[in-house]
Ligand binder design. Structure first.
Ligand code: ADP
Length: 267
């Protein structure tokens, strides 16, 4: 899984990353389904331990272009976990009140507490992505945000957060197929938003903005992973694997039991 990790201070050229990659997996979808189901069970166990230990805080950041599969990744990777202790925070176009504050204000309120996993469906990275591409603030304003973000995430890490950031990387062609599918399927039409086509037209600008974000904000304390996401089964496996391995490394323990439990007799 380390092959997907962006090393700190490394320039990223997304042209060199393959959204179709399946990691040389031979078994294909059926084997992947089986493996994902094992990972789901392991994540369920680890999340319960995390909740019981009440020590670590887990922040999972998901970013992607439209149709990149953020929602579906959340559904598949976190299938079966206890909803108590796991929460999704969505970041949409900021409200007037949010715009009255600094861009991290709404984000900080949503970070995980002890024992909790929080998944950011979009995040503060929108403030160096859509905001940059759409010129919503001048370059001298968004240009400072990479440093702010690194410092903000460092503070969270030093206060006990484990941060994992995933860029679900699909190709322009794959997005076309997925948008078309939304138009063709009556049950998916509600997801189609004509405004997404305007963002699609800015694909090269978005890729440059993603490259900069990935290069400048992948740190030891909050690494980015570029997840090949054209194949949904591989995307799910990569994300689930990285989360499970990271939680395993935390070496979590159930809290010490109270003394003299052995002598207790339930009447
Ligand atoms: P999603 O695509 O995540 O399922 P929506 O279709 O409601 O959800 O899209 C949310 C929109 O909010 C996206 O177009 C995104 O770029 C935008 N957005 C999120 N954060 C910001 C921000 N800080 N400034 C401007 N737009 C933002």
């Amino acid at each position: 899984m380390e092959q997907h990790r962006v090393p700190p201070d490394t320039p990223i050229d997304l042209g060199q990353w393959d959204p179709n990659d399946t990691g040389g997996s031979q078994g294909g979808k059926a084997e992947a389904r089986e493996r994902l189901s094992q990972l789901n069970k392991e994540l369920e166990r680890l999340q319960e331990l995390l909740y019981a230990e009440h020590k670590h805080k887990i922040l999972v950041v998901l970013q992607a272009m439209d149709t990149g599969g953020k929602d579906s990744t959340i559904r598949h990777v976190f299938e079966g976990v206890n909803p108590q202790g796991v929460r999704v925070a969505n970041f949409k176009v900021p409200t007037p009140k949010e715009l009255d504050h600094d861009y991290l204000w709404r984000v900080h309120k949503e970070v995980p507490g002890k024992g909790e996993i929080v998944i950011f469906n979009r995040s503060h990275y929108e403030d160096v992505l859509v905001v940059r591409v759409r010129n919503l603030v001048p370059p001298k304003v968004w240009g400072k945000r990479y440093d702010h973000i690194n410092e903000f995430e460092k503070m969270l890490a030093e206060e006990g957060a484990t941060i994992l950031k995933f860029f679900l990387y699909i190709s322009l062609d794959e997005q076309k197929k997925r948008l078309q599918k939304r138009l063709d399927d009556p049950c998916k039409r509600w997801k189609f938003n004509a405004a997404d086509l305007k963002e699609r037209a800015l694909w090269p600008e978005y890729m440059r903005a993603y490259e900069d974000a990935l290069s400048k904000t992948s740190t030891e304390w909050a690494p980015w992973y570029i997840v090949p996401a054209n194949h949904k089964w591989y995307r799910n496996l990569v994300v689930a694997n990285i989360i499970v391995e990271t939680l395993q490394r935390l070496d979590m323990r159930y809290p010490e039991e109270a003394e003299n439990l052995d002598n207790i007799v339930i009447a």
